[in-house]
Design a protein around this ligand. Sequence first.
Ligand SMILES: Nc1ncnc2c1ncn2[C@@H]1O[C@H](COP(=O)(O)OP(=O)(O)OP(=O)(O)O)[C@@H](O)[C@H]1O
Length: 592
Amino acid sequence: MAINSVKEDELLESHSRKVTLIRLFRYLLAYKKKIIFVLLIMFCCVTITLVNPLIIERAIDVYIKQKDRIGLLRLGAFAAGINIILVILIKTRMYIMAEVSNKVLLTIREELYTHIQTLSFQFFDSRPTGKILARIIGDVNSLKEVLSNSVTTLIPDFITISSVVLIMFIKNWRLAIAALSSLPFMIIGVFIIQRKAHVKWQIFRKKGSNVNAFVHEDISGMYIIQSFGAEEETQETFEELLTEHKNSFMAAVKYADAFGPIVDFCWGIGTLMLYYVGVKMIGADKVPVGTLIAFGTYISMFWRPVLNLSNFYNQLITNVAGAERIFEIMDTKADITDEKDVATLPEIKGEVEFQNVSFEYDANSKVLNDVSFKVKPGETIALVGPTGAGKSTIVNLISRFYDIQKGRITVDGYDVKKITIESLRQQMGIMTQDNFLFSGTIKENIKYGKLDATDEEVIQAAKAVNAHEFIMEMEKGYDTVLKERGAGLSVGQKQLLAFARTMVSNPKILILDEATSSIDTHTEILVQEGIEALLKNRTSFVIAHRLSTIQNADRIFVIDDGIIVEEGNATKLMAKKGFYYELYMAQFANIV
Ligand SMILES: Nc1ncnc2c1ncn2[C@@H]1O[C@H](COP(=O)(O)OP(=O)(O)OP(=O)(O)O)[C@@H](O)[C@H]1O
């Protein structure tokens, strides 16, 4: 399922359409009472519609024939009355079904969202965010009509069709056969088309997903696009994807549009046959004019629901592809989950141990190879090494964002696989280079580290990491509303806020991927002091880029190609004149 490009179509396992539909319609069971009520309404509607032709027949063959004006007026009043009721019933039905289908969509969306939150990094590594959004929003929306029409079209139209056929055969079986003679052609036509259409709609959804992913990536990376003047290239890619999307739609709709004409054609042939046989039989087999006219109405009453059903079927084929995509995510197993009956990690001191840990993201490409180390509570470890060496991988494993293939990782002696993920991560503070800030106030963003933190705790945390000063300079202080991702704040300010957020959570183990971006000297000093405050009194792993952090660390792990090649404090490693020395000379010698 690795689909890491916006242009690449997602791979979908083929599912049984029947299973997908049953699963989808099962959501309606939660609204049984409302649906039964709607079906009762539909039953009344069908009855009224079926009675209408009988009224016409009676009007012509009895009242008009006998010139009974009063009788005709009474019949007219009765017809008007039941048809007003029909309108009211239809409105009520539409309202209830809109409510039910929207509630089902809400449930599906909630389930999908909750499930996505449980999925591991591996899932998010494998697909662009835009494609996930396309499923939560677009694909779920596409089910609305299907859900609603399944109740309002499927069942009532079947009832109408069966009743009409029954009435027609009771009234005159020869006329009935004539009227329905074109039905087999329609069944064959629809069967052939639907097979092709389904595949085309699947492709259409995938192409839509590509457009969505591209737009999402494009907008997120607008800064880079504009700074490299790459607008034209991205515009071209966008147009390319749009064209593919449009073409896939045209290919699908070509089949879908054939449904209507096939039904219309068969309807026409049926009507022709009815009147041909009917007119031939008038006189010979004594078919009254009223009956023939009533049959004319019945034939529309037969073919209209058939048209509705074929439209619904078309809609089903169009949108079942959306349902397949939703269920595929729901069926993706959360691979990093709590094992059965695991314990809650008690309050820890912060000892971390790796015992012969080997790890690979993808089969056969080992990233960590037999790594072992033990870190005492309160120690600060700086991880250094060339790019791609495995530094981030080591820290991601401590928080159990991935599971290792070999060895054991323990925290205070507890195997991280044998404790709940929540109790482990609650005692850890993780700060990546992307100091992600949410839209909301500064206070809310800091409280994200500890949801029940008091205002006093928030201020204390901000003060400890040097963030208080710049926050107070802002117009509304801690109540200043931040834009999405903290737009409007400087890089250094974002870092300080992220520090405050971690500080307030007071983790026993801190993981810090130090940012490399250059900031002005004043902020740099604030940030350095902030880091020092953060590191105090907790076990810390820092993917270190600042010389000061490296030199102040209790120990430095030099990582290369998935193994710890050197370990010790800065003085010891410099004296050793090995890997660290080389790295230091290459990176920092000209700074000091
Ligand atoms: N999600 C992933 N899926 C597959 N391979 C990955 C993934 N993340 C990292 N890798 C690979 O694992 C290796 C180690 O990556 P890692 O990010 O741990 O290195 P690093 O030392 O932190 O590098 P840097 O200093 O550049 O951040 C690299 O070869 C990288 O390509």
